[in-house]
Design a protein around this ligand. Structure first.
Ligand SMILES: NC(=O)c1ccc[n+]([C@@H]2O[C@H](COP(=O)([O-])OP(=O)(O)OC[C@H]3O[C@@H](n4cnc5c(N)ncnc54)[C@H](O)[C@@H]3O)[C@@H](O)[C@H]2O)c1
Length: 447
């Protein structure tokens, strides 16, 4: 597939207008390419500059973040928040703290979020933010001071009906708690629905930490079921060892699969007996060590520095770390080893060349827009609980998550079918999400 001439001209325009934002360009190209069948079928979707508006963020906030470390030294970082689309609801999407974060990163993530959030059917706009702050090796007090300095600027742009951030890489419950504390102090309001992924006592939803990883596995389970297969006894290769990876591994185990790998930016662990969640929790969440320490606790496991897990033979692969972490070579290796399906727990983890390999080999690829939408869906459940001053049980929230993932899976499959591309989840997810947001944009008039 490629772009028709009008879409190609729009893409060129996006590239010229947003120089040096490669990840954003990649995300825009992927969507424009995937929605071609819908544009062919209904040329009216281009009316009123709809595609041009869709590719231009509604607002972008860049700000300086000044904070002091434990030795009293001052540091300067850059903060970002992009509100990409509020056609369906308040801007919604996480904050990422990582040294490589740039405006292009945040824009790609916010753009992806448009379609993902639309797919949940829960009335969510799309945004994303973060800072080029590296939390590695920082003390708890330093993290708190950074979060407070970050929120001191950002708070004026947020609100439960305006813009609702959550976590992402480098931002978990601890950081969201500190961010919310500063928000509350500055605004004089306990507006719990302004941030999601909060610790439970501060109004956080039960099952929100688990939701992205669990949801990815629920989606993968549906993908296999659609082909008459199950997850039981399947070997899984998982990348990452953070929030998404951890809970994906947990759910894979629960459903009878055997996840044998996990990774961080330093390398990966292969544990043929199945990744031990207690050890992973101790190493990453309690001691906050590098993953290499895993093998000190599990001598039968091996650590491979500087490598990714994709050469380990597996039936299913779940990239759950970061963007572009699974390239063409890795995809070819996975295909050669007979992988049945790939589910993106991370955002845009497969490079365009890897996506092509999976497509051509007929390997089911569940794109992040659909497969990892369980996190933001459960954030919407957290907002509902906060608005109603209610608390749902873990089981109730998990059931709603399961239903949501099943509905997204169905929407992707039926949309792909309708457009003559049965089983193509990449096309199905992009078109199904796009149609929802396009209809909302048309209904709102030219804004
Ligand atoms: N947290 C959520 O609810 C959520 C929702 C949807 C999508 N995602 C996406 O899932 C992915 C992981 O997010 P998370 O919340 O688990 O973050 P996290 O900070 O908890 O974990 C990130 C993981 O990625 C690894 N990592 C970071 N940079 C890497 C690199 N360059 N190479 C290899 N590994 C690297 C880290 O070591 C860590 O294991 C991201 O793409 C994020 O955007 C997260």
């Amino acid at each position: 597939m490629t772009l028709d001439s009008e879409s190609a001209a729009l893409f060129d325009h996006v590239v010229r207008r947003n120089p040096a934002e490669d990840e954003f360009h990649q995300a825009v190209f992927e969507v424009l390419e995937a929605i071609q069948p819908a544009l062919r079928r209904d040329p009216g979707l281009r009316d009123a500059a709809l595609l041009e508006r869709l590719c231009e963020p509604e607002r972008q906030v860049l700000f300086r973040v000044v904070w002091t470390d434990d030795a009293g030294r001052a540091h300067v970082n850059r903060g970002f928040r992009v509100g990409f689309s509020s056609a369906l609801g308040p801007y919604k999407g996480g904050l990422r703290f990582h040294r490589d974060v740039s405006l292009g990163t945040v824009k790609f993530l916010a753009f992806e979020q448009i379609f993902k959030n639309a797919l949940t059917g829960l009335g969510l706009g799309a945004g994303k933010g973060g800072a080029d702050f590296d939390p590695a090796g920082r003390s708890d007090a330093e993290i708190m001071r950074f979060c407070q300095a970050f929120m001191t600027e950002l708070h004026r742009h947020l609100g439960p009906n305006t813009d609702v951030p959550a976590g992402d890489i480098g931002v978990g419950g601890r950081e969201v708690g500190y961010l919310f504390g500063q928000y509350k102090r500055l605004t004089n309001r306990f507006d719990a629905g302004t941030l999601t992924g909060k610790p439970p006592l501060l109004g956080g939803s039960l099952a929100r930490p688990e939701a992205t990883g669990y949801g990815t596995v629920y989606f993968l389970d549906s993908v296999l079921a659609a082909g008459g297969a199950t997850l039981a006894d399947r070997t899984a290769a998982v990348s990452g060892s953070g929030n998404v990876a951890f809970h994906a591994i947990a759910k894979l185990r629960e459903l009878g699969a055997k996840p044998v790998t996990c990774s961080d930016s330093g390398g990966f662990v292969h544990d043929p007996a199945g990744v031990d969640l207690d050890v992973l929790h101790e190493v990453k969440n309690v001691r906050r060590q590098r993953l290499a320490a895993y093998v000190e606790h599990v001598p039968s496991a091996r650590y491979f520095p500087g490598e990714t897990p994709w050469a380990v033979p597996c039936d299913v692969a779940l990239p759950c770390a970061t963007q572009n972490e699974l390239d063409e070579q890795a995809a070819l290796t996975l295909a050669k080893n007979g992988v049945l399906a790939v589910a993106e727990g991370a955002n845009m983890p497969c490079t365009p060349a890897a996506v092509r390999v999976f497509r051509e080999a007929g390997i089911a690829l569940a794109p992040g827009k659909a497969a990892n939408a369980g996190g933001v869906a459960t954030s919407a459940f957290e907002m509902q609980q906060n608005a109603a001053r209610d608390r749902w049980t873990f089981e109730h929230t998990d059931r709603r998550l399961k239903e949501t993932m099943a509905a997204i899976h169905e929407a992707c499959l039926s949309t792909a079918d309708e457009h003559g591309m049965p089983g193509d989840y990449v096309t199905g997810a992009a078109i199904a999400g796009f149609r929802i947001v396009a209809e909302a944009m048309s209904g709102l008039g030219l804004v």
